[in-house]
Design a protein around this ligand. Structure first.
Ligand code: F0G
Length: 423
């Protein structure tokens, strides 16, 4: 078999087509591809991917399926449900690098909010929903702080599969819940938090035949790996010193670690960037575990304005710890105030992203102040979701805050005289 499922600690193997998300003893599963065998079919060098022109079902693709050979080699092209995920921009910004105190040539922001439904989730969703169809699943489900539900809803509709999403009551940004409703998925508002929703999905997994598309599904992470590979390709395969991104359920942390591990195995890179995972202070179980040398994960009641990462019991914890070990990584936490200031700066640079995404910029600022990131180092930050996902936070900030970054609107009379005051 070219690909199989393998439990991350014991190494127990299962066929790729087994409908399972953990080993018999409850460990998380990796998708493992036989890279040596794949290399015999194609010369999978970095030059091969830099020069390749990829298509999916007759359309130019790039993005996730540009790396199909290393994402899901056994899937037939006609089984792929894709909306052209990925191929997102790597921004440079004079304004943001000046605010951070980094050199503008050496600071980049990868904008995953430019995906079809406005977040990085689409990268994982295209792979997992294609596999759901391949595995002849009759319905798909997820727990979500919002973006996964928006993505699932769009892809389930396109794949003509019934979808079921569980979201925590009062804690999902308006842009995201709008998407879930509009794309026509069954949306269940749970009287509980995200961790309750996730627990229900895990419990229901065997009893309901609704295939889970959360990041506990290892196929999701295969798609999310391509964020890392695309960045490396955009940087001409030069490895940055730091890669900084927000952490919630820790799917990205796990996927990016695997991407780099495989990039090394493939001979694309000869050193690892260091990871800095940023959590919101009120939802920081991974940060606290890191501070405690990963002795244990203590689930907590999460609270933050960045609702996307309002998670107290991350399901991918063990994979994320492994990723930090591979990359000599660190975890930092930032306050909601720090997130909001960073967001105001990222937004005013004309780039813009939702609150959780801007934890990246807030974290970089803090790590520079602490001397952990040096001003002359190359840093890539990840923006995970689109600015329009959470308009309420923006309106509240600019209407009500008295900070140098607030940009409140002004009421004027319908006269040129009144207009002149602003020219
Ligand atoms: N940023 C955004 C915008 C997110 O929506 C999420 C997760 C994260 C960061 C954290 O990523 O879980 O891989 O560590 N959102 C999930 C959801 C949980 O349901 O949409 P992670």
């Amino acid at each position: 078999m070219i690909s199989l499922l393998k439990s991350i600690a014991s190494g127990t193997e299962y066929p790729l087509d087994d409908i399972r998300f953990t080993s018999d003893s409850g460990e998380l599963l990796d998708v493992v591809h036989d890279i040596d065998a794949l290399k015999k079919q194609n010369n999978l060098t970095k030059e091969y991917f830099s020069n390749k022109r990829s298509t999916v079902n007759g359309q130019p693709s790039g993005g996730v399926w540009h790396f199909k050979e290393l994402v899901m080699p056994s899937l037939a092209e006609h089984e792929i449900v894709s909306k052209q995920e990925g191929n997102t921009r790597l921004y440079r910004s004079k304004k943001i690098s000046a605010w951070l105190g980094l050199q503008k040539e050496k600071f980049f922001l990868k904008h995953e909010g430019e995906n079809p439904t406005g977040s990085f989730k689409d990268r994982g969703m295209t792979v997992a929903i294609s596999m759901a169809k391949h595995l002849k699943q009759k319905a798909v489900s997820c727990a979500s702080t919002g973006n996964t539900s928006a993505s699932l809803a769009a892809y389930a509709s396109e794949a003509e599969l019934p979808g079921l999403v569980l979201i925590p009551k009062g804690n999902v940004a308006v842009g995201k819940i709008s998407q879930a409703l509009a794309y026509g998925t069954k949306t269940l508002v749970v009287n509980g938090d995200f961790d309750d929703c996730m627990r229900m999905i895990r419990e229901a997994q065997e009893k309901l035949s609704a295939y889970p598309l959360n990041s506990i599904n290892p196929f999701r992470l295969e798609g999310q790996k391509t964020i890392m590979w695309e960045i490396l390709m955009q940087l001409n395969w030069n490895v940055p010193d730091w890669f900084v991104f927000p952490g919630g359920n820790l799917g990205n942390t796990s996927a990016f670690g695997k991407a780099l591990y495989e990039a090394r195995q493939l001979g694309w890179i000869d050193r690892m960037p260091r990871f800095a995972v940023i959590q919101a202070e009120g939802a920081s179980p991974f940060y606290k575990a890191f501070k405690n040398n990963f002795a244990a994960l203590k689930p907590e009641k999460a609270e933050t304005i960045a609702t996307a990462i309002k998670i107290g019991a991350p399901v991918n914890y063990t994979k994320a710890v492994r990723a930090l070990k591979w990359t000599n990584g660190i975890v930092e936490s930032v306050t909601d105030e720090e997130i909001l200031e960073a967001k105001a700066v990222v937004d005013a640079a004309g780039i813009g992203a939702e609150p959780a995404s801007c934890a990246s910029a807030a974290g970089i600022k803090k790590l520079i102040a602490r001397g952990e990131i040096k001003p002359n180092e190359t840093v890539v930050g990840l923006l995970t979701g689109n600015i329009l996902k959470d308009p309420q936070v923006i309106v509240d900030y600019h209407f009500n805050r008295k900070t140098p970054y607030a940009n409140p609107p002004h009421d004027i009379e319908a006269t040129i005289d009144d207009l002149k005051r602003f020219l």
